[in-house]
Design a protein around this ligand. Structure first.
Ligand code: ZN
Length: 248
């Protein structure tokens, strides 16, 4: 079994879901955290938000960590503080899945470009803030060249807070293609541990989950067998309990 460590690396005043100023002083503490990871020979993936990557001090911390070569930096889109701000400010619109395909893409592209500009890397790992993932996010991830997504929380239903329902999706990683992202699990089966980053246009990893599935560092990303529709069906009828909803 592989343990994957991902860190939501985001603003200090996290509970503020408005397009306002954010402090990001906590990012300095990643240096100490990285030392701990180094001691345990763990390669963490820091999933950074727009306010973090556009803050010069925070970006400098991340560049230093990247320069040491023991971590990966990916993108985490908090739509409420990622421009452009074309949507109404509301709790519902804090979920990427509730925004139009076009606006989703604009925000994801702005975040992607900001990471490229400030950190000099092209991120390939992604997470939706508040887990607000849907098929359009998967398609937009493919357009932007992402290989791995970790926005799906197995056996968890976020509909009470305007988000997606993942209660029928289990913890194993799976792979989707650009032509089959319209239903969870309705995609081609891949052999165990197949590489995720073969560069094919048909390999959107938008539904890939982090739980035991991929190694931090895109070049080492791995997929375990895809989560098939049959498996989802069997788990639906099985004894899995829904996890209590957590606030994110
Ligand atoms: Zn977040």
């Amino acid at each position: 079994m592989k343990l994957i460590v991902t860190v939501d690396s985001e603003e200090d005043n996290w509970g503020n879901v408005r397009a306002s100023h954010y402090d990001v002083e906590n990012i300095e503490a990643l240096s100490d955290f990285q030392t701990l990871c180094d001691d345990f020979r763990v390669t963490p993936t820091y999933l950074v938000t727009y306010p973090v990557v556009t803050d010069e001090t925070a970006a400098a911390t991340l560049r230093t960590l990247l320069g040491d070569g023991n971590c990966e930096v990916g993108a985490q889109c908090h739509p409420w503080n990622t421009p452009p701000f074309e949507e109404l400010e509301s709790k519902r619109n804090t979920m990427l899945c509730n925004l139009s395909d076009d606006l989703q893409h604009k925000k994801m592209a702005v975040l992607h470009a900001a990471i490229e500009q400030h950190l000099k890397i092209s991120p390939v790992s992604f997470r939706c803030g508040r887990w607000g993932y849907n098929q359009n996010v998967a398609m937009n991830l493919a357009k932007l060249g992402y290989k791995v997504d970790s926005s799906i929380t197995p056996f968890t239903d976020w509909t009470a807070v305007g988000g997606p329902d993942f209660s029928a999706v289990g913890p194993r990683a799976f792979r989707t293609t650009s032509s089959t992202t319209h239903r969870w699990g309705n995609s081609r089966r891949f052999p165990s541990r197949s590489a995720t980053s073969d560069g094919s246009a048909s390999t959107c990893a938008g539904a890939m989950q982090c739980s035991g599935s991929f190694s931090a560092g895109a070049s080492r990303a791995r997929a375990s067998p895809e989560y098939s529709r049959e498996r989802i069906s069997s788990e639906k009828s099985g004894s899995h309990q829904k996890r209590p909803m957590q606030r994110r």
